[in-house]
Design a binder for this molecule. Sequence first.
Ligand code: NDP
Length: 279
Amino acid sequence: MARILDGKAVAARLRAGLAERVAGIGFRPGLVVVRVGEDPASGVYVRNKDRAAREAGFESRTLHLSEDTAEDALLREIAALNADPAVDGILVQLPLPGHIRAEAAIAAVDPAKDVDGFHPINAGRLASGLPGLVPCTPRGVMHLLREAGVKLRGARAIVLGRSQIVGRPMAQLLLGADCTVTMAHSRTDDLPAECRRADILVAAVGRPEMVRGGWIKPGATVVDVGINRLPDGRLVGDVAFTEAETMAAAITPVPGGVGPMTIACLLENTLEAALARRA
Ligand code: NDP
């Protein structure tokens, strides 16, 4: 049976360490989450981020704009946050209402305050192997792998999914850690065979329990980024957990695996942004 990689515990330690560092720097790093409209899942995420930030000693607030906010009005709000010296980190909560282009909102954030790491400048830095703000979920996955002592150098890793927010940056970080990386997506031929070659499998596709036990190389490390709500209300990942745990050496559960790491890494990014800006 696989060892369970307990993201909740690792994230709690990470947040406690950040709280200690914040207590020692003499100011409270400022985080602003910009939310537009009433997407219900966003409401939960935003409240969780806000609570975790406050608990760790950050100055956190949510700028909640109405659903009918025009794109240029949102961009003006972001420009004001860029100019505000008390604000170290800005996060535009996705999804945005359909009449606002997410890429325009993301590009409007000052790259030095882009704690989501989605700005093209930060994405380009990551792809170029330069330092910058790194997207929170892949950063959290790297923390989990390192905490678990998973061998990265020379390991074959596969990333399922190539989104800007998870798959692509995930592959870049694994490459930076000297893994041999395969990026798979919906057009990949014979995905099960590709997966069976991988020592590390990261699933970020948003398809409930798509990755079956038989896709997993015996002894592999399986990281399940997916969060999928089934019609019966259950929350499952992209990996069929009970099958996979008989094959893998280590596996993240859903919930309680990658999810908690994402928020902890948002705080880590905010502290880093604050220290860099105020140096
Ligand atoms: P996207 O929908 O943006 O991307 C999904 C990716 O999966 C695409 O690249 C797509 O390929 C690929 N894909 C879809 N179907 C298949 C398939 N049948 N076989 C192979 N690849 C496939 O999703 P995100 O990256 O935003 O999120 C992925 C999952 O991670 C979701 O469940 C989301 O809820 C979760 N998530 C969890 C977070 C956390 O904190 N734990 C944070 C962010 C996301 P193609 O490009 O070809 O279309």
